[in-house]
Design a protein around this ligand. Sequence first.
Ligand code: C5P
Length: 310
Amino acid sequence: MNPEGKRLCIRAPAKINLFLHVTGRRDDGYHLLDSIFLYTGLHDRLTVAPASDLALDVGGAFADGLAAEPPSRNLILRAAQALRDATGTREGAHMRLEKAIPLAAGLGGGSADAAAALRLLARLWGVPSDKGGREELLSRLALALGADIPPCIDSRPARIGGIGERVVPLDEPMPAWGLLLVNPGIPMPTPSVFAALRKADPPFTEPLPARIPWQDTAWLAARTRNDLEPFAIRLAPALGRLLDRIGALEGCLLARMSGSGATCFALFETVAAAERAARTCRAEMPHCWSWAGGFHVPDEVPSLLRLEMD
Ligand code: C5P
């Protein structure tokens, strides 16, 4: 247990895929990806407290969807059990999740929650952090839980390769972009979108060089895309109309789908411009969920982990 017997709390930020290229397919059917993950100011919040058993309680705007899921499929409980098994600890935890990220939405909310649980419980249970052993263990457990969980362990802007397990932090500073997220409320399960791509069998995209001018939105628009977007639009044509509309919002620099959808994002010069665009969206499309704000600043990450008195 952490020495003070205190509750620990962490933010689990949503990610967007600035671009997502499908560059190949492995023998096991998983697709090779070339992508950039950027972490956003939208986040779930996970709190853990020492206990003798494992329990999870969920609140927040998107709690209902998670409550309907059997505990054996819940990624936080699976992450907790995996860490318990790997370390042999007999400690438990009472966990509380405030769910603000829409589910199955291409924003990596479930992955962020699982990664946050691994980090927080490793700290709560005193998993030794010597010689990078803890990071290595957490990355290994994260990958076993899901292909895109390892990058969420430290939520820094990163170039992603392999099936999601190759994570190279980006050196360049994060632009001060404003971000708009819009979700039309259409469920878009990741396996269905990959299955549609597989059936159509389009040519794979060539991987981009290691260094790319990813902060330049004109370059991004010309040279990158989300390869899953046309297949998600085929499954839900309303998504195409939504993308056209947000791409035409005043001040929009780039609009595209994130991950396997159905959330779409738009980048703006400033957070104020993104917030103005969000007001337009809410007036025109009251049935859509939307969020506007900024990105996670990497330097803020260490301060996100804070101790709370019981
Ligand atoms: O990793 P996750 O469990 O979210 O993936 C769900 C499904 O999406 C996989 O079972 C696979 O069909 C597909 N997928 C893929 N290639 C990836 C990631 C996911 O084909 N890199």
